[in-house]
Design a binder for this molecule. Structure first.
Ligand code: ATP
Ligand SMILES: Nc1ccn([C@@H]2O[C@H](COP(=O)(O)O)[C@@H](O)[C@H]2O)c(=O)n1
Length: 238
């Protein structure tokens, strides 16, 4: 009897469209593993900053690309990430890392290293995994069983981001957040190496007018449809 193949769901999209919240919930409800690939690029960036590497110098970043030892946990309830054994899940969300991550992630040597890591995590995920990022459906896992591309209007994304900071001091204006998101998207879409892009066979979901719960339910329905299709094909073949 052959084992059921692992289920791979790729969720891509620009910043603030809901990839992490949606992916974690989908993985948790379906009993799958979860990988936040943005956290891996953030971890590499944190290491570069920590070690005095000029993140605006692609040659310097490339020369150091093999040095940080990045390990990602895949529990959707506790998505851990360590660099050289240190838990960096908090520090990688700071403004310094957010401001430098697009430059670091554009360096081909960084992408090659992290893509290999992502494929190895996905290969060993039982009974499957939800992987979220910018190039998962196009480059990292082009054979994923289901590819989703999330979008949302710039206004909705900025409002969501600022909602996370409500009540904190020094929170940016809505306009400043919108501009920062647009800058990161432009850098991520415009780079030569594996840019942010929708795969031709991805299902696009505009989340602007949807609640988080509606997006999660929609993706779970799509996963169930793919599983039913696969079962039917198996029955015909068998
Ligand atoms: N459909 C939705 N409706 C309302 N709020 C949402 C929705 N989806 C996500 N959010 C909220 O928007 C914020 C951003 O979501 P999230 O961090 O999941 O986005 P992301 O695409 O992973 O962003 P990034 O790429 O910058 O990490 C969070 O506060 C989340 O709770
Ligand atoms: N597959 C990916 C995922 C992320 N990036 C880069 O990392 C940055 C941070 O991502 P978040 O999801 O944590 O906001 C993102 O802006 C990209 O520069 C990537 O290149 N490929």
């Amino acid at each position: 009897m052959s084992a059921t193949p692992a289920l791979i769901v790729a969720i891509d999209g620009p910043s603030g469209t809901g990839k992490s919240s949606t992916s974690r919930a989908v993985a948790a409800r379906l009993g799958l593993r979860y990988l936040d690939t943005g956290a891996q690029y953030r971890a590499a960036t944190w290491w570069m900053l920590r070690n005095g590497i000029d993140t605006a110098d692609p040659a310097a970043v490339a020369a150091a690309a093999g040095k940080p030892e990045i390990v990602s946990g895949t529990d959707p309830a506790h998505p851990a990430i360590t660099v050289d054994g240190a838990d960096v899940s908090g520090p990688i969300r700071g403004p310094e890392v957010t401001g430098a991550v697009s430059a670091v992630s554009a360096v081909p040597e960084i992408r090659a290293r992290i893509t290999e890591l992502q494929r190895s995590v996905a290969r060993s995920a039982v009974p499957g995994i939800v992987v979220e990022g910018r190039d998962i459906g196009t480059t990292v896992l082009p054979d994923a069983d289901l590819k989703i591309f999330l979008t949302a209007s710039p206004e909705a994304r900025a409002a969501r981001r600022n909602g996370e900071l409500a009540g904190t001091t020094g929170a940016p204006t809505l306009e400043a957040t919108r501009e920062a998101l647009a800058r990161r998207d432009a850098a991520d879409s415009g780079r030569a190496a594996s840019p942010l892009a929708k795969a031709a066979d991805a299902v696009e979901i505009d989340t602007s007018e949807l609640t988080l719960e509606q997006v999660i339910a929609h993706i779970i329905t799509l996963v169930e449809q793919r599983r039913d299709d696969a079962r039917r094909r198996g029955a015909v073949a068998g």
